[in-house]
Write a protein that binds this ligand. Sequence first.
Ligand SMILES: [Fe+2]
Ligand SMILES: [Fe+2]
Length: 195
Amino acid sequence: MKTPAAEAPASEDVIDLLIKQHAQIRDLFLAVAMSGGLERRKAFDRLVRLLAVHETAEEQIVHPLARRTLFGGEGIVEDRLTEEGMAKAILAELENMDTDDPRFLGVLNQLRGDVLTHARAEERYEFVGLRAQFSETERRGLCAALRAAEAVAPIHPHPGIESAAKNLLAGPAMALADRVRDLIRDAMKRPKSGG
Ligand SMILES: [Fe+2]
Ligand SMILES: [Fe+2]
């Protein structure tokens, strides 16, 4: 049965999807901390992929819109970008570390604190105000762009494509973020009247 456009399911709302990703990020931090050896490596790879997709989508979709439309948007976005920049620096440090390195959990915990504080600030200062700014068509289009970005960087790769996903990860998270950025830009250039 087809869902009418006016009653699009929650998963079609880009803000709902971003909030869901915040919860997934929280769970993945726990999974990395609670595991060891190869399992920790795999969980950390999933976390890096999800963070790359999620933060890049926010940089391309959420922050520009917040800057333009929210009261005090400039300052709100500057604060969020500062937080993201700090998290990226810690993430780069972790990526250069073996997941079994005795220092790994300490740095991971620092990143976790920063990322979760950042996510709460986004939900409170950006998402609430922004939900009203998206039209139904825009929400669907932006959500589709985010899904396409996820497909480029599979968060839960099928065992058969694990090696392909590994190749994608061979470069730093920055390279992945570049690809995601291009995809989202393409999706946002499409005419908005099409849906
Ligand atoms: Fe963010
Ligand atoms: Fe976020």
